[in-house]
Design a protein around this ligand. Sequence first.
Ligand code: DX5
Ligand code: ZN
Length: 223
Amino acid sequence: MFELCASILAADFAHLARDVQAADAAGADAFHIDIMDGHFVPAISFGTGMVRTMRGLTRKPLDVHLMVETPLDFVEELAALGVERVSVHYEIPGGPGPALQAIRAAGMQPGLVLNPETPVEAAKPFLPQIRQLLLMTVHPGRGGQPYLPGSNARIAAASQLVQAAPQPIPIQVDGGITLCTIAEAHAAGAWSFVSGSAVFGGPVPRNVRQLRLAATVCPQDLL
Ligand code: DX5
Ligand code: ZN
């Protein structure tokens, strides 16, 4: 079992409704929305207006990735918009604890995100609070980058770490997830695959179907 989470950062915004609905119909399980503030990462992407638009386009779960320094500022509005999951970075000033708590209190599922250089053990104190652990498999801030070497070992270590929690904590991976990398990430222990370029670059229905098939291939068979 796994989840394909289509990252709209790579969508063609001139045809957003067409492409989101195509991904939805072809089997995307959820939609990933990257909010960037120009501080935590250099880029600015979109804000809660895009979340409102997406809520109007799909009934699939919305998975919001806050690449922002002050995630608390967003929680109330995201809850009001009917967002299911919100992930915040470990690396933000003051740490993620208060935002994780607020997300949960607002009735959404809190996720913790670790940048590639953050040791997976950093998640340990937050395990009781989270419903998803998101490992960045590229440096955050833009799409279309290659899957970082060492990601599979991090996924495997994180899979071990989350066993200590009483509740199930799925591992999500974000960045460089393509037909070439999805199977190895799955074999390493990831459950949710965020994919932008590989979903929205080219024909969306075909991309979604192929990614879903590729996720279940045994990586040994690819050698
Ligand atoms: C990167 C974002 C990703 C991005 C992934 O900072 O968090 O969600 O959309 O894009 P691809 O799949 O192109 O690597
Ligand atoms: Zn993301």
